[in-house]
Design a binder for this molecule. Structure first.
Ligand code: NAP
Length: 282
């Protein structure tokens, strides 16, 4: 069975709405002498990561948010990275710090994330940020999970009482989005690489969140007719974790890739930076 009218969830429109709300807040901050500032930290020369960091810097610039780019060589040690992050913690002009994931494998990424001051953890990557997200108390939950929730809210798609199946359990995406859906009163099943008979579980879902990191992983015949599909995946060649055409044929609503979750993630990062500047800026 196919779904007759599938709503394409336009991430650009959701991102525009978020940015529109930020412009007057940034103007008010500047009147107070505070220019919101995001520091991005990139380690190594992975081209995809460099592109993401550049996109985030450009997005800041368009909105009048300052940005500082810290670029460190691939041979950077954990200690050197932690020291660079601590330097940003101590810089009063910086309101948000984003360490681009992944870092080279010899670095202890968790230790680097933990070095980010809670007040500047605008991507919710510290254990405190994660715990506060789980309690529904976070100032800045992880940006991609928050973007997924913002898309659901923007389109007034019901979450309460629905069965949400999240595929993926990473600390920056699958786990926090599961917690946020649970806090929004969904019944949540979180799946991962050891899940038995994944297709059968996904077929039960009213809401499917794909956060796997494998192109076109979610098949059309896994989607219950009328389900809502949110594709957080972003694989080389602008391909999501969902087989878009096949899943759109069954879904009542679906995010495309690109122009779905990605732009909302960036707008959410900007919003969190402005939130941090308002809350903690001098
Ligand atoms: P990750 O850390 O690699 O985690 C992937 C998750 O998928 C893991 O929990 C893994 O299970 C699970 N998985 C892998 N193979 C599976 C399988 N065969 N069946 C079921 N589950 C499986 O990735 P991530 O950082 O969460 O990112 C996920 C995707 O989101 C990627 O495409 C990434 O590019 C994208 N992403 C997008 C944005 C955005 O702004 N749109 C932001 C961040 C990430 P185990 O835990 O058992 O290994």
């Amino acid at each position: 069975m196919t779904h007759s009218e599938t709503l394409v969830l336009d991430g650009g429109a959701v991102a525009d709405r978020i940015r529109e709300g930020l412009a007057p807040r940034i103007a008010r901050l500047k009147e107070r002498g505070v220019v919101p500032c995001l520091a991005t930290v990139l380690v190594g020369d992975d081209p995809a990561s460099a592109t993401y960091v550049r996109m985030k810097g450009n997005a800041c610039k368009r909105l009048g948010i300052a940005s500082i780019r810290v670029e460190l060589p691939a041979a950077t040690t954990t200690e050197e990275l932690v020291a660079a992050i601590r330097g940003l913690n101590g810089d009063a002009a910086v309101h948000g710090i984003l360490l681009q994931h992944p870092v080279p494998p010899h670095i202890d990424e968790r230790a680097a994330f933990e070095a980010i001051a809670a007040q500047k953890d605008v991507d919710g990557v510290t254990t405190l940020g994660y715990a506060r997200t789980a309690f529904g108390l976070a100032d800045f939950p992880c940006c991609t999970p928050a973007a997924i929730m913002a898309i659901l809210a923007h389109y007034e798609l019901p979450v309460s009482g629905r069965h949400a199946v999240v595929i993926g359990r990473s600390p920056i995406l699958g786990k926090p989005v599961s917690a946020m859906l649970l806090n929004a009163d969904a019944t949540v099943t979180t799946c991962h690489s050891r899940t038995a008979d994944l297709p059968a579980i996904v077929r039960l879902a009213d809401i499917v969140v794909a956060a796997v990191g494998k192109p076109k992983f979610v098949r059309g015949d896994w989607i219950k007719p009328g389900a809502v599909v949110l594709d957080a995946g972003y694989n080389p060649g602008n391909v999501g974790d969902v087989d878009y055409a096949a899943c759109a044929a069954h879904a009542s609503a679906i995010t495309p890739v690109p122009a779905g979750v990605g732009p909302v993630t960036i707008a959410t990062l900007l919003k969190h930076t402005v939130d941090a500047a308002e809350k903690f800026g001098a």
